[in-house]
Design a protein around this ligand. Structure first.
Ligand SMILES: Cc1ncc(COP(=O)(O)O)c(C=O)c1O
Length: 395
């Protein structure tokens, strides 16, 4: 079989290393810090089971029939109302329910990015975003992530010298770094976008999971020109398996996304949307999120304590105030992918940094650790093992 049956735009796509690591882990007894998921302990299984039962027993035609592409209207209204109440988006913006935040990113890319268009991404960034842009033949440019967000001097040089259509950013509890862009950084970013007439895709699936520090306004809330497309998700606050996300943007952008979604999957599964709506409105969603964030914050503290005790001093780490990830930086010249093989052999896994970069082939000295999906005991044990592996490889 020749490879040339495949369209050029998908030939260079690589399977997510994270999904590949999962395959190895399934076969082995390994403590995994590779996941990007909340702990199943916080899934409200009983509540969702009761809603699904009732929905299917009482009025199953609504739950099982085709529905509108924009989303189950009560859920769509509830999401919109919540986003407006939080000040994340404005009353003028429209909302569509999508099949996970991933579909939101992909549909935004599909409606905005033409072959060869310049798209700026953070370095490091989320592989699902990178692969979406790759699949529309975007020309990718990366911008270093600093402690307070994107390096805006580097960004401005790129904007000056290239035709950029879109900036993709995860400003709050970024994946993979856990970094949150400061308000100052966000204001300058939107000012640059206005100056160079560039759109921004603000991806915010983790924003509600804050366990320390003060809330920072979304970039969307600073947008006066309708150039920010805001993407959110129920995956980290309710359940990733439900596959429910949302996009909020200017009406004409949402209208385009609606048409394009019709080609993709017609609409997001309606039963899932109904269950999510009932959970949101009948179960104190805020209290649920607060509980999740509290648990993740505690686990994060345990992981950081163990990292500081067990890792070589040459390894630095981020200090997230929310979300699911810590990013570690090894000394210059280290290759976290090579270290992963040794770590798995000793019983612990993480995601190597090359996964999060435009150039996935070159060695990378960063690695991502997830703290939300493991128990505190497993975090302590896994970080101790990883510490030994790192001492072996780096000392
Ligand atoms: C930054 C970021 N955006 C979007 C997503 C997509 O999540 P989902 O499609 O499950 O909503 C993820 C998932 O890990 C993510 O990390």
């Amino acid at each position: 079989m020749t490879q040339d049956i495949f369209a050029t735009r998908v030939q260079s796509l690589k399977a997510s290393a994270i999904r590949e690591i999962f395959k190895i882990l399934e076969a082995k007894d390994v403590i995994s810090f590779a996941a990007g998921a909340p702990s199943p302990d916080v899934f409200p299984g009983k509540e969702l089971a009761a809603f699904a039962n009732e929905l299917l027993a009482d009025n199953y035609s609504g739950a099982l029939q085709y529905s509108v592409t924009e989303g189950y209207t009560p859920l769509r209204n509830a999401v919109r109302e919540r986003l407006c109440r939080q000040g994340s988006v404005s009353e003028k913006d429209n909302v569509i329910i999508v099949t996970g935040g991933q579909q939101g990113i992909d549909l935004a890319a599909k409606v905005l990015v033409e072959d060869g268009d310049g798209v700026v991404v953070e370095s490091p960034s989320f592989i699902g975003g990178l692969n979406s842009f790759r699949s529309y033949n975007a020309k990718l440019f990366d911008v270093r992530l600093k402690e307070d967000g994107m390096d805006l001097e580097q960004l401005e040089q790129i904007l000056k010298n290239n035709k950029i259509k879109l900036i993709y950013t995860i400003p709050t509890f970024q994946n993979p770094s856990g970094i949150t862009a400061s308000l100052e950084n966000r204001k300058k970013l939107i000012a640059l976008a206005n100056q160079y007439d560039v759109y921004i895709l603000e991806d915010n699936p983790y924003g509600e999971l804050r366990f320390a520090g003060e809330n920072v306004p979304t970039i969307k809330s600073l947008d006066t020109q309708g150039r920010v497309i805001y993407c959110g998700s129920f995956s980290k606050t309710l359940s990733p398996g439900l596959r429910i996300g949302f996009v909020s943007a200017r009406e004409d952008i949402i209208d385009r996304i609606v048409v394009v979604k019709q080609v993709n999957d017609v609409h997001t599964p309606i039963l899932n949307q109904m269950c999510a709506y009932r959970f949101m409105t009948e179960c104190d969603y805020d209290a649920h999120i607060k509980k999740c964030a509290g648990i993740f914050g505690q686990k994060c503290a345990v992981m950081i304590e163990e990292i500081e005790r067990c890792f070589p001093k040459s390894v630095t780490h981020t200090n997230p105030q929310g979300g699911l990830f810590i990013l570690c930086t090894l000394p210059e010249g280290s290759d976290s992918k090579a270290i992963l093989q040794k770590a798995i052999a000793k019983g612990v896994a993480f995601v190597p940094g090359n996964t999060f970069l435009i150039d996935m082939e070159s060695p990378s000295n960063i690695l991502r650790l997830n703290y939300s999906a493991s128990t505190e005991d497993k975090i302590r044990e896994g970080i101790r093992i990883l510490g030994d592996v790192l001492h072996e490889c780096l000392d």
